[in-house]
Design a protein around this ligand. Structure first.
Ligand code: ADP
Length: 303
């Protein structure tokens, strides 16, 4: 948190510096105009060069702020990934050492094995997400061409997520709003499943108290298969709604930073949706009031 405050201070400093330089340049420009009012050549040249100077300062400030933000995202990604890798490895090691040193009952051993399998799955999920983010970012849209029924995939994913998170059956409600229309999309099934799972996982992850998740699937304007996942969780402030789709971006709040994650999930969701000719977006009524993540994909019209 201290680091975030320091970064905010740096960004504020560069914005203030940029604004002061622009104000100074405008002031000098006005003075130049007053001094050279009757001489057209220096007047025009002066206004032109001051214009370039002001544009340069503005661009430079924007660039600096962007670079600071990008660095900030890289740092938090490295911290998150290190944590995500270290925690399960440390836990597996501890359990293995205990198994090696102590004579344990069969029940206890089985319990330890279960925990270690859970930890290794968590480890694998993090590694797979990082690898997929790299792979998806480099791939063109042309190598994806299998027919996928999104309805089946979403229903299946809801069950997997509920099971994996030990949720009661009513926690994830699937609403079929397709009016019997087909929901076939042409694409890469593995990527599409990863995108759907990421959105569902986030809905559970960011709804820490008694999750109630609505998963609505609709066909819109005949051309789009639209998935809307609405949760009753921590919500997202307006300022972050667009940024959460950027690579490594995590909302800088204590609740989010205490939740496991790498900031790659929604980047993957949007990249995959766009590679299929669709898109992804987020809406929320604000902090503590839940969020809706929408993924839209082009529907195969003549199946
Ligand atoms: P992470 O690994 O941090 O979950 P994501 O890319 O999946 O990364 O999400 C980026 C950020 O968007 C999260 O860190 C969180 O701040 C915010 N976010 C994503 N989904 C939700 C949600 N359903 N409710 C509230 N915040 C969310």
């Amino acid at each position: 948190m201290q680091k975030i405050t320091r970064r905010r201070g740096t960004i504020a400093f560069f914005i203030t510096l940029g604004a002061c330089l622009v104000a100074l340049a405008i002031g000098l420009n006005v003075r130049w105009v007053i001094l050279n009012w009757h001489e057209i050549v220096p007047l025009v040249l002066g206004v032109f060069f001051f214009g370039i100077l002001i544009a340069g300062v503005v661009l430079n400030t924007i660039f600096l702020v962007r670079e600071i933000r990008r660095n900030e995202r890289h740092d938090s990604f490295l911290n998150a990934v290190t944590h995500e890798l270290k925690t399960p490895i440390a836990s597996i090691r501890l359990y293995l050492e205990t198994l090696q040193r102590r004579d344990l009952s069969e029940d206890k051993r089985q319990e330890f094995y279960r925990v270690m399998i859970g930890d290794s799955e968590r480890l694998l999920a993090t590694v797979e997400q990082v690898l997929k983010a790299g792979e998806v970012g480099q791939r063109g849209p042309d190598d994806i061409s299998i027919r996928v029924d999104i309805k089946e995939m979403v229903e299946d994913s809801c069950q997997v997520v509920a099971l994996r998170n030990h949720l009661p059956s009513e926690a994830i409600q699937f609403l079929n709003e397709t009016r019997g229309m087909s929901t076939i999309v042409v694409g890469n099934p593995e990527d599409l499943r990863a995108a759907i799972m990421n959105v569902l996982d986030n809905a559970v992850k960011y709804s820490p108290k008694d999750p109630k998740i609505r998963v609505a699937l609709a066909v819109e304007h005949d051309a789009w298969v639209v998935l809307r996942v609405t949760d009753n969780g921590i919500g997202i402030q307006d300022a972050h709604l667009k940024r959460i789709f950027k690579r490594f971006y995590r909302v800088p709040s204590l609740t989010v930073l205490r939740t496991k994650g790498t900031g790659l999930g929604l980047f993957l969701v949007r990249t995959i949706a766009r590679q299929h000719g669709g898109d992804a977006s987020a809406t929320s009524d604000g902090e503590g009031r839940g969020a809706t993540i929408t993924v839209q994909l082009p529907r195969l019209l003549h199946s």
